[in-house]
Design a protein. Structure first.
Length: 217
């Protein structure tokens, strides 16, 4: 067979196989991605959600019924305990957490902490270590964890990459963008570092959507 005919035959065979190869590789990637996607166990009607954090969880800048835990409870039809303490740094939060886990036995902990460490320019590695210990304590108690990324105050707001790293390390559902969005919009803020009622409502909506997407509802 002439060399030209052999080349044409080889090329024709590759054309037929290449789309199949691409499809198989894509299917393998999709299967792997689905297996690793963070998920939550379904929350039954009696499940307790512990919203743990600082002033952003407490709801500074809004009324009691406008805090994100209060709004989230209404959206999910589940009890959401507001365990936010204004001004708290992560080291203090770590000390406070075990008692709350023992008292409420939550099925899910929404962890939104670290903003005061940033404001006070505390050691970043200690913050990472404190958050890692909080996550471990929650999981050892039987609770699952949803992590919320907190932005550092600055001209261009975005969640610190440490939260993404922790979410990947523990395979946690992770809300990365909503706080940065809220704190970048003066219509959603009560002051420079706190949402108003509209901002907290948006935070609750995003968390409810993430919990549903992860299989919690």
């Amino acid at each position: 067979m002439p060399v030209g005919d052999i080349s044409k035959k080889f090329a024709k065979g590759c054309v037929g196989r290449f789309p199949l190869l691409v499809y198989c590789l894509f299917a393998l990637w999709l299967l792997t991605a689905c297996e690793k996607a963070p998920s939550l166990s379904p929350l039954d009607g009696e499940a307790v959600i512990l919203a743990f954090g600082d002033s952003l969880t407490h709801g500074t800048g809004a009324g009691t019924e406008e805090t994100y835990p209060a709004v989230l409870a209404g959206l999910l039809g589940r009890e959401v305990v507001n365990a936010g303490v204004p001004g708290e740094v992560s080291a203090a939060g770590l000390k406070r957490l075990p008692e709350l886990l023992a008292e409420y036995r939550p099925a899910l902990v929404i962890l939104c902490h670290g903003g005061n460490d940033f404001l006070r320019r505390l050691d970043r590695e200690k913050l990472i270590g404190n958050l890692r210990e909080m996550i471990t304590l929650c999981q050892e108690s039987g609770a699952e964890v949803l992590l919320v990324g907190v932005p550092q105050v600055g001209l261009f707001l975005s969640a610190d990459p440490l939260y993404q790293d922790l979410a990947e390390e523990f395979t946690l559902p992770y809300e990365e963008k909503v706080l940065a969005k809220i704190l970048s919009d003066r219509e959603l803020k009560s002051d420079q570092i706190h949402p108003n009622g509209h901002g907290y409502a948006l935070l609750a909506e995003k968390l409810a959507a993430l919990i549903e997407k992860a299989g919690g509802i």
